[in-house]
Design a protein around this ligand. Structure first.
Ligand SMILES: C[S@@+](CC[C@H](N)C(=O)[O-])C[C@H]1O[C@@H](n2cnc3c(N)ncnc32)[C@H](O)[C@@H]1O
Length: 365
């Protein structure tokens, strides 16, 4: 068997490489296609609702179903559905519970990871977002050739919305880590805090925070008209108009007109999407500084992406995929360059808090 010795003397056989590229690639690709289609066809949503309605505690670890049930309830062609099911069995998304009766069930942890969107370990949204790389490809190929800058907003509206839902999921993780490490601060805002979200988008992240901090008041702003319209509907739907205000406005206009100061300012997955001009960004942080109370916190949830040639230290596939899709329109920092950026703003203290795969920046005056 042909083998190559790499610099660090590890032996790599051609069979390892075949496994990595052909076999892992095919399983990975098919898994993403199956998950993306499962979301769009309503299969995962149906299984989620079914599991929830079948237990009073709402605690499920798996859900059983039959092909006939899916075909009938979701109105899907049986032969196509059979193809999806067969491949989902091969890729390990589902397993056979009873072959005689043709009953299937979710494979171990699949309910937690791909279906139960409230589970801590849920990654369905992220994998769904990878699936959307497919329609983005034409745009990306064109941009590789022309160097054109594109915006995520060039994608179809339903995709933008799903991507924002995925981004807001990071907001949930940001909140969990923040409330764990800054328990007292969070207890105080729980009682009567004021929270400002810059770049609130469709309002998904605000929704998470508003549910947890029931007595806090919120203000969200964004420059995207469609997102703001959606966020306003979400607030109406939840009857939160008394305590949540949403504005379509720019940060400098908002800072000039809004006289109140906030306990907490949140930027969740916004920084990289912001105008990449350094002076513009400094201006934004100057505004945020004047909107924050003296003992307040600026909380930033953002992908920290090392330089391409920095030695690889850890698994960062999700963040680097993020960079790949948005590289020209966005400006990403690593820990060092972000700290340098903060040092160029009026803020004086920036702490990088990291636990497992999650991280936050906690910034103070
Ligand atoms: C990935 S979304 C995140 C939305 C929201 N924070 C969440 O977690 O659900 C990023 C949002 O930042 C907004 N954005 C980018 N630059 C902005 C700016 N300079 N001022 C206000 N919003 C901005 C975009 O319009 C977009 O809605």
């Amino acid at each position: 068997m042909e083998l190559i010795k790499t610099e660090n003397k590890r032996e790599i056989f051609i069979s390892n490489q075949i496994k990595k590229f052909a076999i892992n690639g095919l399983y990975g690709f098919n898994t993403i296609i199956l998950i993306g289609m499962g979301r769009r066809l309503g299969i995962f949503n149906y299984l989620y609702e079914k599991a929830k309605s079948s237990t009073s505690s709402g605690k499920n670890t798996e859900v059983t179903f039959t092909p006939f049930e899916l075909s009938e309830i979701l109105n899907l062609d049986f032969k196509y559905l059979d193809g999806w099911i067969h491949l989902a069995l091969e890729c390990g998304i589902i397993v056979i519970a009873n072959s005689e009766k043709k009953i299937l069930k979710t494979a171990p942890y699949v309910y937690d990871l791909l279906i139960d969107r409230n589970n801590e370990s849920y990654i369905g949204g992220t994998l769904g977002a990878f699936y959307y790389m497919a329609p983005a490809q034409d745009i990306l190929i064109e941009n590789f050739k022309t160097g054109k800058i594109w915006s995520i907003l060039d994608l179809p509206g339903d995709i933008v919305k799903d991507l924002q839902e995925r981004g807001a999921r990071f907001g949930t993780l940001v909140e969990r880590l923040f409330s764990k490490k800054y328990e007292n601060f969070c207890k105080n805002i729980q009682k009567r805090g004021t929270i400002f979200e810059l770049g609130c988008g469709y309002g998904f992240n605000l929704e998470t925070w508003a549910k947890k901090y029931e007595k806090a008041r919120f203000v969200g702003i964004d420059i995207d008209h469609i997102a703001i319209a959606h966020a306003k509907k979400l607030i109406d739907k939840n009857n939160w108009n008394e305590r949540i205000e949403i504005f379509e406005t720019k940060i400098d206009e908002f800072t000039r007109s809004f006289k109140e100061k906030f306990d907490l300012i949140i930027l969740n997955q916004v920084l990289h999407e912001m105008n990449t001009d350094k002076n513009y960004r400094k201006g934004v942080f100057k505004n945020l500084y004047s909107l924050l109370k003296d003992d307040g916190i600026l909380l930033i949830g953002e992908s920290m992406i090392p330089d391409t040639f920095a030695p690889k230290k850890k698994f960062q596939l999700f963040d680097i995929t993020h960079k790949f899709t948005e590289v020209k329109a966005s400006l990403f920092y690593d820990e060092k360059s972000f700290k340098e950026f903060i040092d160029s703003t009026p803020f004086t203290r920036a702490e990088f808090v990291k636990e497992g795969g999650n991280s936050i920046w906690v910034i103070r005056k």
